[in-house]
Design a protein around this ligand. Structure first.
Ligand SMILES: [Zn+2]
Length: 264
């Protein structure tokens, strides 16, 4: 009897064990089929995107800044763009750091001096020129070109223009014997070699820009065409939207490089 009871107990234990195995197998199969039927959860992208954000360099600044003209810059202007007896003072002007795309479409930094009350507006204009990737060859203070005067580019203004340098303030008279808007920092000459000034009798300034008198772009390189200002183009529209006037709209003479905003 004892042996029989042990046998029954053992058989029961085997049956229970088999039952447990069957249940576990069924659960395993169910789990397997459910995972293949359901949509797989999206891969966790957070770690990889945060790694990418860390490794990417921050976007370069597009809008510059302005400050009072530093003492060393005032010293470099004295007797050059700011001649003796000038009726405009350094304190009427502001020193701007601006960002632009150069002729290789690389991010570049330059300096320009404008009327103090136009400083914020000119920073906006340069930021907008930056956004449309308008290429500018050079943005340096005009005083840096004093040593680059040649027989052909004989004045400070012509030396800067002849080197296609974009600038604003320069105390000087116009051909009509009045003070130029540049004397107040209220005019900007943009890529002035590619956008020359042509007097009503056909004189071209700078003298090395005669090939740009014709505004037909077909014979120019891509960068020359991109830098050339035309009526109603994106550059023109940026200045006009800020209330500036373009010298290319003048009757008789044409000053394609020149945008200005007079006091009234
Ligand atoms: Zn001008």
């Amino acid at each position: 009897m004892k042996f029989k009871a042990l046998l029954i107990t053992s058989l029961c234990a085997v049956v229970v064990l088999l039952g447990v195995l069957v249940v576990l197998l069924a659960q395993a199969l169910a789990a397997d089929s459910s995972s293949s039927d359901e949509t797989a959860p999206p891969p966790i992208t957070e770690p990889s995107s945060s790694i990418a954000a860390v490794s990417e360099p921050p976007a370069p600044p597009r809008r510059g800044s302005h400050a009072a003209i530093p003492p060393e810059v005032r010293a470099s202007m004295k007797g050059i763009s700011m001649p003796e007896g000038a009726t405009v003072s350094y304190d009427d002007l502001e020193y701007l750091t601006v960002y632009y795309h150069d002729f290789n479409y690389e991010h570049s930094e330059g300096h320009i001096i404008v009327a103090r009350e136009l400083a914020e507006e000119v920073l906006d204009i340069f930021a907008e020129l930056y956004d449309i990737r308008y290429p500018i060859e050079s943005v340096k203070l005009i005083d840096e070109f004093d040593g680059m005067k040649t027989k052909e580019l004989d004045t400070l203004d012509r030396a800067s223009m002849g080197n296609n340098n974009t600038s604003a303030f320069c105390y000087r008279m116009t051909g009509y014997g009045t003070l130029s808007q540049h004397s107040y920092g209220r005019a900007i000459d943009l890529n002035p070699k590619i956008n020359p000034y042509i007097t009503s009798n056909g004189n071209v300034s700078p003298a090395n820009a005669k090939q740009y008198v014709s505004r037909d772009g077909t014979s120019f390189s891509e960068i020359e065409q991109a830098a050339m200002v035309h009526k109603d183009d994106a550059v023109y529209n940026i200045f006009i939207a800020h209330g500036w006037k373009w010298g290319g709209d003048w009757k008789g003479e044409k000053d394609y490089q020149h945008f200005e905003k007079r006091i009234n």
